[in-house]
Design a protein. Structure first.
Lengths: 364, 343
């Protein structure tokens, strides 16, 4: 009883201390609403629970492209608050930069971190203090390398014409092909029925269900399968549990894509969003299905990681603990939040405040 | 006369035959093809069968198929929520979804009976708006089985729910016999043809005959004292109920319950299939639905592997779209031609 009481006092003291410290300034976090993107929204919620008095979490309109003016005025309203010292914007949209320019004109002292927004990189680097994004293209190299490490001899890439018409995705496919061939893996490019061709995603998913067993009987278990479309992941992972092939990463690397549905994970409301627990559950299910070591992904979704990480960086910079030019200090912070190594690469060699990240993986 | 094979069916059959020959030359395994085509026939076939009552009662093609589908999804979610597994879970999803489908179908029929003559376009929009309305429902529905909730937020339903621990492939794996690597899912086929026979007999009953009369000639039906709104309502409810069962069959075979906007386009492939089989307003037979589903799904099964084998993925996609949509267009044109010539 005494111990509990003492613990409570220590906790209260600690809490009031951090609280007092936090009250001196505010950080604004901007994310899309839940209906537009679950990850970023929950990431924003998570960090506002962590620092309830410091964070002001606002959400952009659901259809951003049609209500850009509303979005800009929302962001500007954050800049007009006196004790606001930093603004974090985690919304993969283009067209937000004008709002940041206006804030910087009025309040040059406000620290702005974007993770990510998609405007012109050179202009962004000029006005924004720190820009972060995921290194989508680089994954064309990291994914086959990882698959090779996991024992793959063949690399299958499932996609369809409308996806391959997107520059980034087709470039990544080419990079995967190059990397696979350099590592001595056979690269197989398979086209599925197009989910955007009128009949929806049903035919694509049915095709995957029928085609994966065919390919595995042709190339054997040491085959790695990658699909470029989110709904594909449920089927790919479910089939991996059945047939034992390799899934190095989903299209959006996170434990919450594909795994929950394919494995029937029972995530209780109190465990929801607790990635340590979710990762443990996946590991157990993989063990039961005898596919340990055949599945991998990033331990935390980038959408959830970015808001918390950016707030910690902003807080560090404001408290004078982090130098915004020192990428080592920043990557240390990232490691603490993600629980694994996070690699930062410059977006362009001449920009020293625009970084693209690749996270280390978790193997189930 | 009614059973005559029309030009569209001939085109499609020729197309399928060409694909089969190409598949033969491209060394695509014929056993895989047969196994998959039988499963797909039943998996999608029940949804296609659900169009028949409405078509025959003159309400047109049920583009509001998502309404019945949602009823089925709700039934399955209830069964999963109460953690009822295996065959019992599957049967209970049927039992849960039927009353929901009856209620939905009744409300749906009130809408369609108000817009006589414009049922198809109305149904399309009713279907679309209903999907988004239910998206709202899914995100706040008070289900509490942890395997159905959002993994990060912990409330609301996941977009896809795995059926593996519940009743995945329960019908697919019922009484499967294997003859030389060809697996025949007898349980699934019995269920499907049982339903076909049920629908066939329904149209032999008094109500069934009355509904065909309404579909063929409304004025005549009215003069013979048939209560037209009642018959139409019954047909719409029956269509909705069969659609609800259809999605249960589909989901157990697919292995996942798909919520939110997944069923948005479900009506269009079903409509393509029935038109491809030669279904016409007031004159659709069960055989039309069966043949249509088989041909439509066979094109899907064959086109993707052939395209990949010949390294022409984009071209195959375009060809399939031209032919399948072209046939629908032909069916609609042909229907109108008939109407105008009969006037």
């Amino acid at each position: 009883m005494k111990k509990k009481f003492l613990g409570l006092i220590v906790f209260l003291l600690f809490f009031s201390f951090t609280n007092a410290n936090a009250e001196s300034f505010k950080i604004g976090v901007v994310t899309p609403p839940l209906s537009a993107s679950e990850d970023e929204f929950r990431g924003g919620q998570k960090v506002s629970k962590k620092y309830p008095d410091m964070i002001k979490h606002i959400t952009l309109p659901a259809n951003f492209s049609e209500e850009q003016e509303t979005a800009i005025s929302q962001i500007l309203s954050l800049g007009s608050e006196k004790d606001m010292k930093a603004i974090i914007i985690c919304a993969g949209y283009s067209g937000i930069l004008p709002a940041i320019q206006k804030i910087k004109e009025k309040r040059p002292d406000i620290l702005v971190i974007t993770a990510p927004i998609w405007d012109d990189p050179d202009m962004m680097a000029k006005y924004i203090d720190l820009c972060f994004d995921t290194d989508w293209l680089k994954r064309g190299e990291t994914i086959p390398t990882k698959a090779h490490k996991m024992g793959a001899k063949t690399f299958i890439h499932y996609s369809f014409p409308t996806h391959m018409a997107k520059e980034l995705l087709s470039k990544r496919r080419d990079m995967m092909k190059k990397t696979s061939e350099a590592l001595g893996m056979k690269f197989v490019d398979i086209s599925t029925p197009d989910p955007q061709a009128g009949s929806g995603r049903g035919p694509m998913l049915q095709f995957l269900q029928e085609d994966i067993p065919r390919e595995i009987s042709k190339y054997g278990k040491d085959t790695s399968i990658f699909g470029t479309n989110c709904p594909m992941q449920d089927v790919i992972i479910a089939k991996a549990l059945e047939l034992g092939f390799i899934v190095p990463e989903q299209c959006c690397p996170t434990p919450t894509q594909g795994f929950p549905a394919a494995m029937g994970l029972e995530i209780k409301p109190e465990d929801a969003g607790d990635f340590n627990k979710i990762n443990k559950m996946i590991e157990n299910k993989a063990k039961i299905a005898k596919v340990s070591g055949r599945l991998s992904t990033w331990p935390v979704p980038v959408g959830v990681f970015f808001p918390e990480f950016s707030v910690e960086v902003a807080k560090g910079i404001i408290d004078g603990k982090i130098d915004k030019k020192d990428i080592h200090q920043i990557s240390e912070t990232a490691k603490k939040i993600a629980g694994v190594e996070v690699y930062f690469n410059k977006m362009k060699p001449n920009l020293d405040n625009y970084y693209l990240i690749i996270m280390d993986s978790i193997y189930y | 006369m009614q059973d005559r094979i029309d030009i569209p069916q001939i085109i499609i059959i020729i197309f399928v035959l060409i694909m089969m020959i190409t598949a033969w030359f491209a060394n695509i395994s014929i056993t895989y093809f047969i196994n998959d085509s039988l499963i797909r026939l039943v998996m999608n076939g029940v949804l296609v069968l659900s169009l028949i009552p409405m078509l025959n009662a003159g309400v047109g093609i049920n583009y509001g198929l998502p309404i019945g589908v949602v009823a089925g999804l709700m039934g399955m979610c209830l069964a999963v929520n109460f953690n009822i597994k295996e065959g019992l879970g599957f049967i209970l999803s049927f039992l849960f979804s039927i009353p929901i489908a009856v209620i939905f179908g009744y409300i749906y029929s009130m809408i369609l009976n108000r817009v006589k003559g414009k049922e198809e376009i109305t149904a399309t929009f009713v279907g679309f708006s209903f999907i988004y309305l239910t998206s709202l429902f899914w995100s706040i529905a008070p289900f509490n089985n942890p395997s159905m909730l959002w993994p990060i937020g912990g409330e609301g339903m996941r977009p896809t729910i795995g059926l593996k621990p519940y009743f995945e492939k329960i019908l697919n794996n019922l009484w499967v016999i294997e003859i030389q690597k060809i697996k025949i899912p007898l349980g699934m086929l019995f269920f499907y043809f049982g339903l076909c026979i049920f629908i066939k007999f329904f149209f032999k009953t008094k109500i069934g005959i009355a509904s065909i009369a309404v579909g063929e000639n409304e004025t005549f039906a009215k003069l013979s004292g048939i209560d037209i709104p009642k018959i139409r309502t019954l047909a719409i409810i029956l269509s909705t109920v069969i659609a609800a069962l259809g999605i249960c069959v589909y989901s157990q075979s697919y292995g996942f319950i798909e919520l939110y906007d997944a069923p948005l386009m479900v009506a269009f492939s079903a409509a393509s299939a029935i038109l491809m089989g030669g279904g016409k307003e007031g004159k659709t037979k069960v055989t039309h639905a069966v043949i249509g589903t088989y041909l439509f799904q066979t094109i899907y099964i064959l086109s993707a592997p052939i395209a990949n084998e010949l390294l022409l993925p984009e071209v195959a996609e375009i060809f399939r779209n031209i032919i399948t949509n072209g046939v629908i267009l032909y069916a609609i044109l042909y229907k109108n031609q008939k109407n105008s010539s009969s006037i």
